[in-house]
Write a protein that binds this ligand. Structure first.
Ligand SMILES: Cc1cc2nc3c(=O)[nH]c(=O)nc-3n(C[C@H](O)[C@H](O)[C@H](O)COP(=O)(O)OP(=O)(O)OC[C@H]3O[C@@H](n4cnc5c(N)ncnc54)[C@H](O)[C@@H]3O)c2cc1C
Length: 404
């Protein structure tokens, strides 16, 4: 379905090739725009946690014709267990409890989703890997863009899909500190050998103020996630060695299999580390520039909704640009008006999820595991889970997609 209408603005530069960027590129090319994506990493970035795609976001995947690919990449987790210091299961959970997903929702590895979206767009989109934007000057008829390596170019529109620490947002709206709200937590995710031979199974080991998770979505490798109450001063965002050192020190006494996981940290082929923060921005556009995904509304890496919000945001932004024949003066306002209630509801949910994930002390851990154990044996689990699942379902479906 390619549109033949005359577009006021046709060339679009998107910064960032993870989820929001390629999803936006997909829709814009389908509507007749000419799209370039610049990504600072030399190749498509691997790694990251397993991410949920829920509610309306699954409908977006369906409209992209990507349900079969996402289905094939599904983590298909069988469940998991909370374990103590010795690895003894404190509570065992089935797939319906561990993922809190509703029928039709799915879960994939972030890197797999990035590959699916990239493959769906690479034929019609110009990708510039290993480069970044260093300057933007807005003019009446376009945006003059300076790149770190490539020669300067002019685009009709520029969209920042460059994540929580967005460069586009900084260049246009100002420093990140103005928009970031820190939950007081940090998260680190790495690939490690599957030395416990987990089979689509997840283990969680909580200690006061922190939790270590280990899971495998395939037999050949596993992922370890460390979530912890972060110190006020975190290492520089680009200093991987200091981040690894902080994780090693923080989890030195965590027990269970943690020493083995920490030992594997420096050799891991991928490494994700970030503060668990949200981004709150009043306006998602200025002139010919807009932001989408985590760059505009990061709900935090522990919200469980960031990927869905990026997919839905990209769909609406591209759709409004199509509906306004590329006129950003109309489209950007409509994009924000259509999406704001959905984003606001998910930001609230994301904050609650992130701040309640880690138990503060041993007593809270005991209460948590007792409740999980009881839940497993309840005949009407659905009823007992309603207070948790209902808000999640409501937020995941808090927008009705327009047919653009
Ligand atoms: C490698 C990686 C691992 C992740 N792991 C997790 C995880 O374990 N758990 C979790 O909840 N979330 C994780 N996320 C974040 C998650 O992908 C997002 O919350 C969500 O999917 C929204 O995606 P997004 O495309 O808006 O932003 P992001 O996924 O953050 O993608 C932003 C993209 O922009 C690129 N970029 C950034 N700055 C520039 C620049 N100046 N120039 C060019 N390109 C730039 C980045 O390299 C990245 O590819 C991870 C992101 C990445 C990139």
């Amino acid at each position: 379905m390619t549109t033949t209408q005359q577009l006021t603005n046709k060339t679009v530069l998107i910064c960032g090739a993870s989820v929001a960027g390629p999803a936006l590129a997909y829709w814009l090319t389908r509507y007749g725009f000419t799209v370039t994506v610049v990504e600072q990493a030399p190749t498509l970035r691997e790694g990251g946690y397993k991410v949920d795609i829920r509610g309306v976001a699954m409908e977006v995947i369906d409209r992209m014709g990507l349900l079969p690919e996402v289905g094939k990449a599904s983590t298909a987790m069988r469940g998991g267990a909370w374990v103590d210091d010795k690895g003894k299961a404190l509570a065992t959970l089935g797939p319906e409890l561990i993922g809190l997903r509703s029928p039709g929702d799915d879960e994939v590895l972030r890197g797999d989703l990035a590959h699916i979206l990239f493959n769906a767009t690479k034929g019609g989109v110009e990708y510039l890997f290993g480069d970044s934007i260093t300057g933007l000057v807005q003019q009446a008829d376009g945006v003059s863009v300076r790149f770190r390596d490539a020669a300067p170019r002019v685009f009709d529109l520029v969209i920042g899909a460059d994540g929580m620490h967005s460069t586009v947002r900084r260049l246009v709206f100002g420093p990140e500190e103005q928009f970031a709200r820190h939950t007081g937590m940090a998260a680190c995710v790495v690939s490690v050998p599957n030395f416990l031979d987990l089979d689509h199974w997840e283990l969680m080991h909580p200690t006061p103020g922190q939790v270590v998770q280990l899971y495998a979505t395939q037999r050949s490798a596993a992922k370890a996630q460390f979530i912890f109450q972060a110190p006020a001063q975190l290492p520089d965002r680009h200093d991987r060695a200091a981040q690894q050192q902080l994780v090693a020190t923080t989890f030195a006494d965590a027990g269970w299999q943690t020493p083995t996981l920490l030992h594997a940290l420096p050799q891991s082929p991928d490494f994700y580390f970030d503060t668990v923060s949200q981004i709150h921005l009043d306006r998602w556009s200025y002139g010919r520039v807009a932001v989408v995904g985590d760059a505009a509304w990061c709900p935090s890496p522990l919200s469980g909704q960031g990927t869905s919000m990026a997919l839905v945001g990209a769909y609406v932004l591209a759709g409004e640009l199509k509906a306004a024949a590329g006129d950003q003066r109309v489209a950007f306002g409509r994009y924000q008006a259509a999406l704001q209630p959905y984003i606001t509801e998910n930001l609230t949910l994301g904050w609650n999820n992130a701040t309640q994930m880690v138990a503060a002390d041993r007593r809270a851990i005991r209460t948590q595991t007792t409740m999980l154990r009881m839940l497993r044996h309840m005949p009407c689990k659905g009823l007992a889970l309603r207070p948790i699942i209902k808000p999640l379902q409501r937020a995941a479906n808090a927008i009705q997609l327009t047919d653009y």
